[in-house]
Design a protein around this ligand. Structure first.
Ligand code: HAM
Length: 418
């Protein structure tokens, strides 16, 4: 029996896996340039962190967590997202006592027991950034701009920004009550009626046509914002416009996590079908208190690496080119292999990307491997070359071949490739 990756998971295989690495780097580069430091937290946490942080009434907590008991009897959960863990780490290490804001970025694996479909997996990868300790609209705008810069650096042109505000603990209760009253008057199935009572905002996100049709006249949070939230939102919008960022006001945008306040946003791509969100985030000014900390406002985002790969594919931006090396070494015979091995090592130590033919191949097989490697030069060492103390350097583009003394091969190739 050959095992298969578990349902809802998959392997990134070469050459595509190389693009994944490059995409992660590109998405993280803008925040790294903007003073965000790298943080790495454990892949599992105390289950209660997510119950309290992400919210008891969310799909993530009620249906999608990978929860298990440790041998010590503690309930642990594979992280379904990164924000609660980052906040936990900041509180645990007392960083909030130092200079603010605390700007952090991360990259890693996340786990949600979702129904798998294109773009929705049980194990997926995010690059995230969080800024804690500042209630300043400029930091919301900064994060949004940096995410868009990341997408743009990959060449993506079809990422759109949806923007909303979800209000704060002053104005949200009034809105929640008004929305509940409206929703209670609709023709909804029992599960949705239950949702109206525990998490009415999520009903706005229902994808079913029969529900959507009834939501046309639903009250909008934007009409219920208090003065402070309204002013904050206007500032964010103004800063985005000043940075040349276009956005779509999406008053029905709600998010799948309970910690959001004020600014919320999603980056969507039209080439992905139902799972169109390539990234998302927002402000979470109450999260610290939800998990037992002092008041510590925060804002951040997470960008889905897997969906960014799909978006790039949809825009024809992924190349299937294999990893290239500069030089491919071809030993002909056992003695040549013994002599070429230190040469390969020397070339690599000199900073060149070098591969060699393994497995005692025929000249033809080895030259085919050299071709496939994409190398600019092949270094061929045959019996006669050994006697002469030289190697053949073959330019793989022109086919031109020159004999070079073994001791000079590193310098000659370094020179030709610089
Ligand atoms: P989220 O919207 O749940 O937010 O996830 C962010 C992104 O992760 C999504 O836009 C999507 O690209 C990707 N993603 C989520 N679930 C899956 C899945 N099952 N399969 C593939 N990709 C997926 C958060 O996780 C928040 N922690 C973001 C945040 C940071 N808010 C504030 N700070």
């Amino acid at each position: 029996m050959i095992f298969q990756a578990p349902k809802g998971t998959f392997d990134w295989m070469p050459p595509r896996s190389e693009s994944v690495l490059a995409i992660r780097d590109a998405l993280a580069a803008p925040v790294r340039r903007a003073g965000y430091s790298y943080i790495e937290t454990p892949i599992f946490e105390d289950t209660r962190l997510f119950q309290r942080g992400v919210g008891e009434s969310t799909d993530i907590v009620t249906k999608e967590m990978y929860t298990f008991q440790s041998k010590g009897g503690q309930s642990l959960t594979l992280r379904p997202e990164g924000t609660a863990s980052v906040m936990r780490a900041v509180l645990e290490h007392g960083l909030y006592g130092g200079p603010l804001p605390i700007k952090l970025w991360y990259s890693g694996s996340y786990f949600r027991y979702e129904r798998p479909q294109a773009g929705r997996y049980r194990h997926f990868s995010q690059v995230g950034a969080e800024a804690l300790g500042a209630q300043d609209p400029a930091i919301d705008a900064e994060l949004i701009v940096l995410a868009l810069d990341g997408y743009a650096s990959l060449g993506l042109r079809r990422v759109r920004l949806l923007l909303n505000s979800l209000g704060c603990r002053e104005c949200r209760p009034g809105y929640r009550a008004a929305l509940q009253e409206f929703l209670r008057g609709l023709d909804l199935d029992e599960a949705t009626r239950h949702r109206v009572e525990i998490n009415p905002l999520r009903v706005l996100d229902d994808k079913r046509e029969e529900v959507r049709a009834q939501l046309t006249d639903a009250p909008l949070v934007i009409d219920h914002l208090c003065g402070a939230c309204k002013a904050f939102h206007e500032e964010v919008r103004g800063l985005l416009s000043a940075a040349g960022v276009s956005y779509i006001d999406e008053p029905k945008l709600v998010r799948g996590l309970d910690y959001y306040t004020r600014t919320t946003f999603e980056f969507v791509h039209d080439g992905l079908g139902a799972q169109s969100s390539v990234g998302g985030g927002g402000r979470y000014d109450g999260l610290s208190e939800m998990i037992g900390g002092p008041p510590l406002p925060g804002v951040g985002w997470a960008l889905g690496v897997d969906r960014t790969v799909l978006a790039m594919e949809a825009e024809g931006l992924l190349s299937e080119r294999p990893t290239r090396v500069d030089v491919f070494a071809v030993p002909l015979g056992d003695e040549a292999r013994r002599r070429i091995f230190p040469l390969v090592t020397g070339l690599r130590r000199a900073g060149l990307a070098v591969d060699m033919a393994f497995g005692g191949r025929s000249v033809k097989g080895a030259m085919k491997a050299a071709d496939r490697s994409g190398a600019r030069y092949a270094v061929i060492l045959g019996e006669r070359d050994l006697e002469a103390g030289a190697a053949q350097i073959k330019d793989m583009t022109t086919g031109e071949q020159t004999a070079v003394p073994l001791a000079e091969v590193v310098d000659v190739l370094k020179g030709r490739l610089s």
